[in-house]
Write a protein that binds this ligand. Structure first.
Ligand SMILES: *[C@@H]1O[C@H](CO)[C@@H](O)[C@H](O)[C@H]1NC(C)=O
Ligand SMILES: *[C@@H]1O[C@H](CO)[C@@H](O)[C@H](O)[C@H]1NC(C)=O
Length: 267
């Protein structure tokens, strides 16, 4: 039930920071003949990063002629895949929360709810891992393709040292970096939750005997795994707390459906 708050929220962060992105860079080409110069060439790009479709014109510094150029590459498949996973993870975690809170009895019926929840959680963990990795690669391609030095090297005017070519400003990538971090945080969140959803299925026979034991083992294995380093520290601390907290509650209450009252406490 850590999913209640964190899964929808983390999913929103992931797709908002990636899907809502628009950025740009500005270059200047200062020709020997000043009348041919263009000191503010703006190149804008946005999600879904079909960079080869981003065209712009630059001076050739040879009369009035212009050179037509386009950025290189296409990261749309990985970006769109990532955002799609995030949107569906958001929708599922929201729906699962509603079912869990308001349809507790239906959820337990024939063990169908926990079974579906378990399978879907495993699938989403996998999708988050694949999506985040693919998008991390896509983003590194975007960074190379929109690097001002890289774009300047495409211009014929800049091959002549007499013309001065410069970067006025580079694209701001912080929100895209954030989206990758949140992608992997989502993976950790969902993968960590597999264990708790698995318990709901009642498949592990050792059940009652180890009621308090697995909690300790689990939290210590988290600590060893190295997620608690640096920038990941605080966030994974959250997901850890969140995933451990409510489910210890459930253990306290045994197999009984816990009903809405316990959730108001947790929330
Ligand atoms: C410089 O390039 C921009 C496009 O980036 C264009 O809008 C502008 O008209 C150009 N300026 C001159 C003086 O050609
Ligand atoms: C500079 O460019 C303008 C317009 O392209 C041209 O009329 C002029 O003759 C050029 N000047 C020199 C010194 O090349």
């Amino acid at each position: 039930m850590c999913m209640v708050i964190f899964a929808p929220l983390f999913a929103i962060f992931a797709f908002a920071t990636c899907g809502g992105y628009s950025g740009g860079l500005r270059l200047s080409v200062d020709c020997v003949n000043k009348t041919e110069s263009n000191l503010s060439i703006d190149i804008a790009f946005a999600y879904p990063f079909r960079l080869h479709q981003v065209t712009f014109e630059v001076p050739t510094c040879e009369g009035k002629e212009r050179q037509k150029l386009a950025l290189i590459g296409d990261s749309s498949s990985s970006a769109e895949f990532f955002v799609t996973v995030a949107v569906f993870a958001f929708l599922y975690s929201l729906a699962a929360t509603v079912v869990y809170i308001f349809f507790q009895n239906k959820y337990r019926e024939n063990n169908r709810g926990p079974l579906i929840d378990f399978i879907v959680t495993v699938v989403f963990s996998f999708l988050w891992l694949v999506g985040s990795s693919a998008w991390a690669k896509g983003l590194s391609d975007v960074k190379v393709a929109t690097d001002p030095q890289e774009v300047l090297s495409l211009m014929s005017a800049c091959k002549q040292t007499s013309n001065k070519c410069m970067a006025v400003h580079s694209p701001v990538m912080s929100s895209l970096n954030t989206s990758v971090v949140f992608g992997f945080l989502n993976f950790i969140l969902w993968a960590g939750n597999i264990w708790f959803v698995f318990k709901e299925t009642g498949w592990h026979s050792s059940g009652q005997r180890y009621l308090s034991d697995p909690m300790e083992k689990h939290s210590s294995s988290y600590n060893q795994s190295g997620y608690n380093q640096d920038s990941y520290g605080s966030s994974s601390g959250y997901s850890q707390q969140a995933s451990l907290g409510p489910s210890s509650d459930e253990f306290g209450q045994g197999q009984q459906p816990s009903g809405p009252t316990s959730f108001t406490n947790q929330i």
